[in-house]
Design a protein around this ligand. Structure first.
Ligand SMILES: Cc1cc2nc3c(=O)[nH]c(=O)nc-3n(C[C@H](O)[C@H](O)[C@H](O)COP(=O)(O)OP(=O)(O)OC[C@H]3O[C@@H](n4cnc5c(N)ncnc54)[C@H](O)[C@@H]3O)c2cc1C
Length: 418
């Protein structure tokens, strides 16, 4: 292998990788971050959760976010299959602090801001550099084979962090992925210009529309420059199988079954081709091993309904960075030491996952649930904000346990789910 290498190599320059790399550099470690794409890319995942605030604060990103042109988001609103709008869930209802609003971002810009911030903190950030192989000595990761500028080089490290997103490099190689069988979904998405948006505090609201069948739902996310991100999500079983037509036709057919959304898009122009992604909910049975750690989507991903992805990517990056730092300080980067971040992280994911299953349960309705359990409203808003690692939401989770049939927990991460 070439030279002394780095304390840590991070593969993947999305929110998870940038967060882990920056925090490890802040702790004084030498960090190399390799991002496969040579240029910033557009991605889904534009709506942040308010609880991203706390990791963004640790990263030194808040002033940059405040100065950005990203749209401020202060609430979430849902439309039922029969076209009725629920009262918006205003985040400041549970806490008037600045952390109770967040941003709707352009991912190409947001991810680049995080990478630039990593560079400012001393991370060696390389774009156009791909992880080709994790190099093992026995069962211990000891380096990475990186392809850059047309050649491959082996670089040693003490810890390898896999933040490769839905490429889930190590989880695939080590056969660690468990697909959530009941959340086998597909999504078709695009952007519009000139769509209707709310005013005042509602201007940046995420709106979720059920289609008439109740099978699928649309997101409606206001972005800068009068753009609107619009996407439909539904079961592979009904949006793909037995369905004639290309993604554009399927998108248009679903849209036709969503009258309130059609009204909001009247007069707007579709400005991007329809793109698709599918089967995206899964988790890894193991989040760390000797000398390696998985974070962000490379660890797992839970359905996009509540916009949890970027928050959990940042949070897992943060928790893993602290565990890696403790391990490096102690001279112990064993599985036991590195996996200490997992139980806290899985606990937070599990809380979100329960709410996801509630959303897809045909017999469950938030309005009647809250009528029966009015005391759960503030914990529900906390969950919608991502406050699972900061505040107790046990009362809500217990009520959900009684109201919804849930699959086996992923906290212990054993066995099949779904
Ligand atoms: C339909 C849909 C809608 C979504 N909407 C939202 C939303 O509104 N809000 C939200 O918060 N989340 C949303 N998400 C989820 C969100 O996009 C992801 O959870 C988030 O981007 C995960 O961040 P990450 O850093 O783990 O991975 P990514 O952001 O995917 O970053 C991984 C990076 O690794 C790089 N990479 C891959 N392989 C290699 C390699 N071999 N070597 C080097 N680099 C590599 C990739 O180029 C990429 O830049 C949505 C997801 C889906 C599927």
């Amino acid at each position: 292998m070439n030279g002394d290498g780095f304390d840590v190599i991070v593969a993947g320059g999305g929110p998870a990788g940038s967060a882990a790399a920056t925090l490890l550099a802040q702790h004084g470690h030498s960090v190399l971050l390799c991002e496969r794409s040579a240029e910033p890319e557009e991605k889904v995942g534009e709506s942040l959760m308010p609880a991203t605030y706390w990791t963004l604060e640790r990263l030194g990103m808040l002033d940059k976010m405040r100065a950005s042109h990203f749209v401020e988001k202060g609430s979430v609103q849902f439309f039922t299959p029969d076209g009725r709008a629920t009262d918006p869930f205003y985040f400041k209802e549970v806490d008037p602090h600045e952390s109770s609003h967040t941003w709707q971002v352009l991912r190409s810009e947001f991810d680049q801001m995080l990478l630039d911030n990593a560079t400012e903190h001393g991370v060696d950030v390389r774009r156009g550099a791909s992880l080709r192989e994790v190099i093992f000595d026995g069962d211990r990761a000891v380096g990475a084979r990186i392809s850059e500028n047309g050649s491959e080089v082996d670089i040693p490290c003490r810890v390898l962090v896999d933040a490769t997103g839905q490429s889930h490099f190590l989880a695939t190689k080590r056969n660690l992925r468990k697909i959530e069988r009941h959340l086998r979904h597909v999504s078709y998405f695009t952007r519009y210009q000139g769509a209707e948006r709310g005013t005042g505090i509602d201007e940046g609201a995420t709106v979720i529309f059920h289609t008439e069948s109740g099978d699928s739902w649309f997101w409606y996310i206001p972005l800068p420059d009068d753009q609107m991100s619009v996407g439909v999500v539904g079961p592979v079983g009904s949006l793909v199988k037995g369905r004639a037509g290309n993604p554009e036709q399927v998108f248009d057919e679903e849209l036709a079954h969503c009258k309130p959304l059609v009204a909001k898009l009247a007069g707007a122009e579709r400005i991007k081709p329809i793109r698709a992604t599918r089967d995206f909910s899964y988790h890894s049975t193991q989040g760390a091993g000797d000398g390696w750690v998985l974070i962000g989507d490379a660890f797992g991903f839970i359905d996009p309904i509540y916009s949890t992805g970027v928050f959990l990517a940042l949070k897992s990056g943060e928790l893993a960075a602290d565990a890696i730092h403790a391990g490096l300080e102690a001279g112990d980067v064993s599985h036991e030491r590195l996996s200490t971040f997992e139980s806290e992280f899985r606990g937070g994911v599990e809380a979100m996952r329960k709410l996801v299953y509630a959303f897809y349960d045909r017999d469950f309705h938030f309005a009647s649930f809250l009528k029966e359990h009015p005391q759960c409203r503030s914990q529900l808003i906390d969950l919608l904000m991502g406050n699972v690692f900061r505040k107790p939401v046990d009362e809500l989770l217990q009520a959900l346990d009684e109201a919804v049939e849930l699959p086996p927990s992923i906290v212990a991460a054993t066995g099949e789910t779904g």
